[in-house]
Structure formats: C-alpha cells, structure tokens
Design a protein. Sequence first.
Lengths: 381, 513
Amino acid sequence: MNNRKHFSPLFAACGLFVFSALPMLLMSCTASSTTASSKEEDTKHQGPSPKDTSLKDTSPKDTSPKDTAKGGGGGEGGGGGATLKIGYSDWPGWLVLEIGKQKGFFKDAGVDVELVWFGDYGASIDAYTAGKLDGIMIDCASSLTAKSSVIIFLTDYSNGNDMLIGKKGVDSIKDLKGKTVGLEENLVEHLLLAKALEMNGMEEGDVKLKKVKTEDTTAVLKSGGADAIGAWYPISGRTLTEVADSKKLFTSAEAPGLIFDALQVDPASLTKHRDDWKKVVGVWFKCLEYLNDKNTHEDAVKIMAKRIEAKPEDLENNLKGTFLLDGPGNQKAMRKRKTLDSVYGSLQNADAFYLKRKVYDKSVKTENMVDPSLVEEVLKK
Amino acid sequence: MSRSSWFAIRAPLSSHRATIAKCAAFLLPLATWAFICLVWVPDVIITDQGDGPYKRDDRVPRADVELANATLGAQPPQFRLTEAAWQSLQTAGLPASTLTKLEAVKPTRQPNGEFQTLSWVDQKTLLKDVRDDPNEKDPDLDPYVDTIWNHLEKETKQPEVGDPSTVIWLPSPWRVAKAFYHAFVVPPNGTGYKLTSDSIDALRKDGLPESVLSKLKPLEGKLFAYADRDKFEEQLGAALGPDELQHHQKQILKRAYVKGDPWLHESLWHSCQIIFWGFLVSAVVGVPLGILCGTFDLFSKLTEPFIDFVRYMPAPAFAVLCTAILGINDGPKIAIIWIGTFFQMVLVVANTTRQFDPALLEAAQTLGATKRTLLTKVILPGILPNLYNDMRILIGWAWTYLIVAELIGASSGISYFINLQGRYRHFENAYAGIIMIGIIGLTFDQLLATLARFLFPWVPRSDRGSGAWASFFGALAYLLRGGRKPSAVSDPGPAPAFATAGPAAAAPKAPPP
C-alpha cells in the first residue's frame, strides 16, 4: 500500500531538457541585447561578433612586443581608442607593415593597431574567418572564399615570388603532363597552376594534384613525394636551395596581375572606424616611402628580414618578385577594368576559377569587394 | 501501477524502459539542438548580396547587415554596363576603335553563365577607368562619353537581403542532414567522362569493332562532368547508331570514366583502412607485450616506466618528423595512429592482465600447472573478455587521432573534408563529417559489443539478447571459435555492453589531445 508519489520520470526528462537548454537561452538573451545596443557607434564593440568584447590573441608565435598605444605618450589613440587587429604572415608585401610597427608609424598616425603574426598563412585566414581579426593581409583571390571583407588598399601584385618548382628531371610545365603537383588546394598557387596550364595549352586534368600544406612543400619535393610543388617566397626560396637541381617552372612574373595582395577589412569595422582605417592606409604609404628611400632602405630590409628570420641580402634579391604598389600604383590597379592590370579583373578571374572548381556555384559580386575611396582621400591630402 | 521504479538502486530497467532510455539518449540532445536553432537566430544568412560586401551564404550578425544597408542607402545611384547595355552599344553607331577600347570594361561571362559587370557613378570615373592613361584625354573615348553613358543602366544601390539564421558555427540539424545527404551525392571535382586514346585502346582490347571506335574518335578529348552524364550519353547516341549504342554503352561508360577527387564514401573507407592498419601494427606488438608485462614483474619494471614516459608525448608533435621519414602518403598517417595507440595499449593490457583473479592462478598451480600452462591455458583465456573490451575502447581512441593523422603529408580522407569545409565556413558540412565519424565508430563498437555476447557467453550480462541478432552472432561466434564449445572458465567480472567501466577504466589514461 505505497501511496508515496514516485518521482515522475517525465518530470525528470523535462528538467534535463530545460537544464541543457538554459545556458543556450541565456546566451541568446545576451546576444540579442548586445546586438540591439551596438547599433550606435559603440566604442566597446571592437570585432564583428557582438560577444567577442575581449578578443584573445590566438596567434601561435608572436613574441615581439605588442604595439598598443594605450597609455602611450604621443597620439590621441582615436576617438574611441578601438584596437584594430590586423593578421599578417610571411609574404614580402605584408612585411612592409612591420616597418610601421617597429618604427612607431602607427603611433605617430594616432591609430591603435595590433599586428598579429601568423606562421601559417592558412591559419591567419581561418582566424579572420573566425572573427578574431578586424583586418587580414590576404591575396585577393583567397578572400572570395573567406569571410566577407573589403579591400582598402593593395599592397602589391605578385611579380615572380609565387612559383611552381619542379624537381630534378622536370624542366617545363609541359613536362608535368601526367605527373603530380603538391600544393594547397584552391589557394593562390592552385590559381597559378591553372594559369600555367592554360598558357601552355594544357588542361587541369593533365596533372595530378596532391594536397599539401605550403610549409610542407619543401619536404615533399625533397622526398620525391611530388614531381613539382607550388609555393611563395620565402618558402619557395628555401625549396630552391634545399632541394638539389630543383628549378622554377612558372612564376607569377609571367602573369602579372593574376595575384594581387591587399589589406582586407571586416565591413562593419570599416564603417565604424573609417577614420582609423584611413590612418592605416596612410601608414602603408609611409612605410613604402621608408623602404624606397635610399637612406633608410637598408634598415627597412633589415626589419622585414628579421620578421621572417631570413638574411637581409636574401630578401633584397627577392624584393623584385613582389611589385609593391605605392599611391599611383594603387590608383592604377584600383581602376574598374576586367583585365588583369586591375584588381577588379583579377577578382573576376579568381571568381571564374572557383566556379570552375565548384567551390561555390553562384558568382560573387566582386565589384562590391573593393573600396578605393580611402586611398583616394589619403592621396588627395 | 508498476511496482518497480525508474530509479531502483542497482537493479536493471525492464527491457522496454531500457530501450526508451537509450533512444532518449540520442533524441534529447537532438531535440535540444533543434530547439536552440529555432529560438536563437541572431544572425542573418545572406540570400542576395545586392550591392553590399557580404557574400551570399555568409552568416553575418544582424546589426552588421543593417549597418551595411544603411551605408548603401546613403550612396548615390550607379550606372552599370550590363550585358543588355553592351549589346545595345554595339548598334549605337560608335566607331570600332571606341568599342575596342570599351572591351576593357565589358561584361565577363563566367563558367556558370552568369555575368560579372562594372558600374560607375559619374562620367569622369568611367573615363578614368577606360582610358589607357587615366589623366590624358582619349580621342576614341572622350567625345563619345555621353552616348556611352546614355546606354548604361541606372541602378539604385540594392540592400543586402537575408533570412534569420543561427550563428554560423551552429547550423541547424536539418541543414546538417541536408549536407549529410549532399556530401555523399554530389560528385567530387574532376570526376566525369572523357574518351582518351588510352580508353579507346582499352575498348579495342575489350573487343569493340573498329567501325564503332572510328565513330567515337571525334568525341575524343572532351571532358564531361559527372553531372553532365546525360549530355555524354546524348553525344554517344548521336555518334553511334541506336543498337550499337545499346550494345556497347555500358562498356564505353566504364572505360571513359575519369576519376577525380575521391567520393565521400571512398574517403571514409580510406580513413577506416588507416585506422585498421595503425591499430593492427599497434596490437601485434602491444598486446603480447602488455600481457607479458602484466604477468611477469620483470617485463613490467623493464618496459613500463619508459612507455609511461613516451605516452605523454603528444602524437601530433611527431607529424613533421613522420612526414620526413615516411614520405607523404599513408605511411606517416599510420605512424601517428601507432604512436597514439601503442603506448596506451601496452599499459592498459598490462593492467587488465594484472586484474586477473589470483585465486585462479593459485588453483591452477595447485593442480600442477607449469609457467607455460599458466600463461597459455589460464591467463590468456581468462583475460580474453576484458582484453576484448580494452581493444574496443582503444579502437575508439585510435579514431580520435584520425583527424591529426589525416592532415599531415598529403591531406586525405574525411578529416581533410571536415577541415576544408570549416575553412570555407560551410560548417554544416563539417558537422556532417564529424557526425559520420561518430556513427561509424558507434555502429562498429556496438557490433563488437554484440559479438562479445556470443564470443564470451560465460560473462554475465544485465540485458537479454534474442531473435535474429542472437542467431546471427551466435553463428559468427561459433565459427570464430572453430566449432568448439566455449570453455567453462569462471568469469573475471561483469562487462556491460556500453563499456567504459571495468578494469580498463582504472588504468591511467592521458586524454587524447
């Protein structure tokens, strides 16, 4: 005669359900409240995601002192003091900004910029896509598959520093018929390979692709795992020295404008902190002047080489493979044309590449990805 | 009315209720996930890019989209050189030299048939872009700029449009289900049909007559994507007669098939093979060594300290080393699985062996067993059920190293798929890939668990098996035992179907990285 009420299992199940849903419900409440409040110019809102008010530095190996103007003497640090996080990696065109970091140009311009170093280019793109960076130094083609961004200035176009390297016995692109090429799929070197094949009258199906991370390409070519690899300087430089009898098969110098590199920015960040980003554009031109000035050129190269742990002479020899774009160069390349001398044309070409490779099935409106107005305003002054 | 409660202490649930609970184990998280995706939709998934920067299918916080649209609304209208405008310009009476210069800004036809077009806000910018030198007047362009401008289509800036969506890293279960289906069904890149000279030679060897082969010659070299199979068959039908086609179609399709990237089921199978080989290589040395360590203290003291030391070294750290030594194909992947599994295996097996009931050993010695007999006839059969469970758990362990292993050297398999989809922000595909691994792992594990019931019938279980499964596995176990009756060894302890308890759990374990 047990009249005690049993602990109803249904009640337990419901409790379990609510208990597990509760944290998510709480998160959704906080998310919608911050979304509502960030409609105005919110100085605390630094990144694209409303929950990320304290963007942790996830870069793997940045040991150099961070450049934050907070508490620093000169410069007023912008109206709201927003820190702009820009991710960069080992491409000569992007190392130029390192000059600004080391020489304090960002501080002088009054903008709080944190340059976040990435040893792995792909990881920097992933970090931007994950919302951890406000700006990313990226080749324009790859930005078509990353999170949406706007190009505010071009750093350079690749003029030889992206290349396909063949092992001993492989002498030209035509020799690659039926052979294996190791590179990162759908990244910049893949675009280069497609162009090389097109210019040699071959088809994509004529070579076999092996998916290898760019930093592993040296080891792969050395061990004979592939007959050719695709990489950019400085990785390509290492490959050419370490692998005996390896040679360049095709470089971006044969297709200038195929690969443009730029600083791309999260659209919301650009709208909210336009003045700060304009200052960054100004710093870029200042760094370029520092590099091109005879008196300071050596110091500039030294700073850049130190970042990638290369010898300054080595970097000096390879600088011409990256055609840096100054003010007039930027203006020329930011004209709206469908040819490869314009970044618009280059983007259209990259869009066609991705459509052919079925990375996506609808065209991206590449025209909306470029904002030349900041460069215009900076140069007018 | 039921006498027993759902919460009876140390008593099993009735089989009916057990089934309900097991189903709820999966349905509850699924329901929670679906519920969250219905109520928490702070982002917008872009369906129309309009004139803004956010690409289609990008998931953007609602505030950012509204900000972008507000900015667009404030901008002046633009004048676009559409395909229609370009066509009308051809008959506008412009000189050929002007039209040639305008080719630099004309619409571009993309591989999928869409057009990429350009637009300008005023005539000055148009001229600057089309001229050879932006600052010098061009006699081919400047006088005609009004005519050109009149043909351009005026547009106001269109806003970004999208649907409410969950945050990008939490796709809804129905999206993931769709992605699951698509991942298997969509043909991978490079797969298709192409008649090459090699395939025609192969067809010749197959016995196709020369008359047919000569008709196929004009089709040689053209690549048809897998999705365009009908077009290929159409072209075949046009080239050959109807009964020639019917007779030879299968053979031609077989020989013309071009393999591109692997299909998803091929990737999964490849992953399974890697796990299998890695695990096998571990077990061949690991299990005997573990048993020896558990039986003889000398082996234990000789090998376990060192193995315990190496066990803490994370397997991914050896990735680059393995690539350098073993190349870039399957070698380093199997090596990573081995590194991750072997050291744990030895310690776990040694522990299981040590847990063997010493009373049985003493009883056997009383009956006059030699050391060899003790090892082979007492310990080995005795630890078999627990050893089996250890192996089940360790296989699960090996699967967790799969992601790391498959990304080194030449990336391949399911992990590459997951990673690539994550990079493209198609997280539903990444989730689908992860769930696939989970399903494969669980199914395999449950098969092994059910098999255990019949391999080791002397082990007491809490639930009863019946019917078709029982007969199937009973037969399988009978075959595996070589037709012998199971030996009557007293059980070393209960081994529940979902095993995480038991001696294996007591062994020290470092969590997988």
